[in-house]
Design a binder for this molecule. Structure first.
Ligand SMILES: NC(=O)c1ccc[n+]([C@@H]2O[C@H](COP(=O)([O-])OP(=O)(O)OC[C@H]3O[C@@H](n4cnc5c(N)ncnc54)[C@H](O)[C@@H]3O)[C@@H](O)[C@H]2O)c1
Ligand SMILES: O=c1ccn([C@@H]2O[C@H](COP(=O)(O)OP(=O)(O)O[C@H]3OC[C@](O)(CO)[C@H]3O)[C@@H](O)[C@H]2O)c(=O)[nH]1
Length: 388
């Protein structure tokens, strides 16, 4: 149970606050709500169009935190109640977005509207009502690394200056306009610039979070089970789906891109530090990732195959992966970030945060969850005769 006498990083008692959390029903939102209910006395006005991932927190009404979380089924695109909720809160956290790469090149208009236009009123209401804002951006605002443009045999490719991503120094490098993959990153970049400008010109108190591939339980959906059969979620759910169905994992363009993965529970610790330490967090952009967990997507597939065999007790496929072109998998206009290593200087200095969980350990707990949650449902779906 939460204690009322939690202290911030400077030793002051943290006063309970009301948080308007937009996108609270998603992957990150559900973990953040859980943390806030279990470990703090803060109150959450949870805004989303879906509530499945936080149902366990909302029901039954006998939870010790029941009077501290309220769900508001609101589409922020068109709902006049939003401003009232922001006014009632001390802090707004905006997580709402279309953020699955399969949408960026196939639904670029929805992607741009969701990540820029729909976020505008949130920024405006916070600025006009002098309310603090924590806005979720993305590591994708960095785009490609400088190193990726160097000749393949250049020794400079090994120099961190050309690939480590720094909030206050790295440029944002996107592909051409016809590479619609970058619609998301570009929309996120512009809303970051707008928030930064509101801070500079109108004293908006803001924090911008750039997550670097946070993964864990409840991420996205398993196609045909709790999401559309033809849907393409992010890589963790794609590979989980393949493993659950005993299919080879699909490696886009050979699985050569590199990512750093951080465990959702480590990352949520960072967000709680931002919430509880406004003086240290306001006015900053924070990379939140785990530079020690870097792999190629091929290595991720291999490790997930090994971990899944361990947690499920099922043997691995003889041929565990298959190559697929990005055009076939994502369609026209796809492009990719080559490498994403977060620089941790700013978050270390301001909040003293460091990620703890290794890739193996986070995959072990996540795939245990995936197997427990979905294996039986998949078995039944596969056994069901197809209607003629
Ligand atoms: N998970 C990651 O690793 C990651 C990485 C980079 C950036 N981000 C950013 O973090 C945020 C949250 O990501 P997530 O992984 O939890 O995604 P998610 O899709 O699980 O959550 C987003 C939530 O926002 C809600 N939402 C979207 N549009 C809405 C609208 N118009 N009205 C009300 N609710 C709406 C969705 O229903 C969903 O529940 C996003 O802004 C995303 O761009 C996440
Ligand atoms: O079946 C698959 C699915 C994907 N890939 C490749 O894996 C890489 C990572 O893909 P994914 O996790 O789906 O997304 P990205 O890392 O590219 O982008 C996300 O980063 C942060 C965020 O902003 C929000 O989560 C989002 O944009 C990639 O190289 C895919 O091609 C695969 O090989 N097989």
């Amino acid at each position: 149970m939460a204690s009322a006498a939690r202290l911030d990083l400077d030793g002051y008692a943290i006063k309970p606050m009301t948080i308007c959390m937009i996108g609270a029903g998603g992957f990150i939102g559900s973990h953040l709500c859980e943390k806030l209910m279990a470990e703090t006395m803060h109150k959450v006005l949870a805004v989303d169009v879906y509530s499945d991932k936080i149902k366990h927190l909302l029901e039954p009404a006998t939870h010790p935190w029941s009077d501290r979380i309220q769900f508001h089924r609101i589409n922020i695109k068109h709902d006049s109640r939003l401003e009232g909720l922001i006014k009632m809160a001390d802090l707004t956290i905006n997580l709402a977005a279309i953020c699955t790469p399969a949408d960026y090149n196939t639904r670029p208009l929805d992607t741009i509207y969701s990540n820029f236009i729909d976020a505008l009123p949130v920024v405006k209401y916070c600025s006009e009502n002098n309310k603090r804002l924590i806005h979720f951006s993305t590591c994708e605002v960095y785009g490609k690394t400088i190193g990726s443009f160097l000749p393949k045999d250049s020794p400079l490719r090994e120099d961190p200056t050309y690939y480590v991503l720094k909030e206050d120094a790295s440029p944002c490098i996107f592909g051409s306009i016809e590479k619609q993959r970058w619609s998301y990153a570009c929309a996120k970049q512009l809303i970051e610039r707008l928030i930064y400008a509101e801070g500079a010109e109108n004293d908006l108190e803001f924090t911008i979070v750039r997550p670097f591939n946070w993964i864990g339980p409840r991420m996205d959906f398993i196609p045909g089970i709790d999401g559309p059969s033809e849907g393409v979620p992010r890589v963790l759910a794609c590979f989980s789906n393949n493993l659950l169905r005993h299919e080879p994992l699909k490696l886009v363009d050979g699985g050569q891109s590199q990512r750093t993965f951080v465990y959702i529970k480590d990352a949520i610790e960072a967000v709680l530090l931002m919430i509880d330490n406004p003086v240290r967090a306001n006015g900053h952009i924070f990379n939140v990732g785990n530079p020690n967990n870097e792999v190629t997507v091929r290595q991720l597939a291999e490790m997930m195959t090994e971990v899944y065999a361990k947690v499920s007790g099922e043997p691995s496929l003889e041929v565990p992966t298959v190559d697929v072109s990005s055009k076939e998998f994502y369609g026209e206009g796809y492009d990719d970030s080559d490498k994403r290593i977060p620089d941790m200087t700013i978050i270390n200095r301001q909040l003293g945060w460091n990620p703890k969980t290794s890739l193996w350990d986070l995959l072990e707990s996540t795939l245990t969850y995936q197997h427990r949650t979905y294996a039986e449902a998949i078995k039944q779906a596969i056994a069901k005769p197809v209607a003629s």
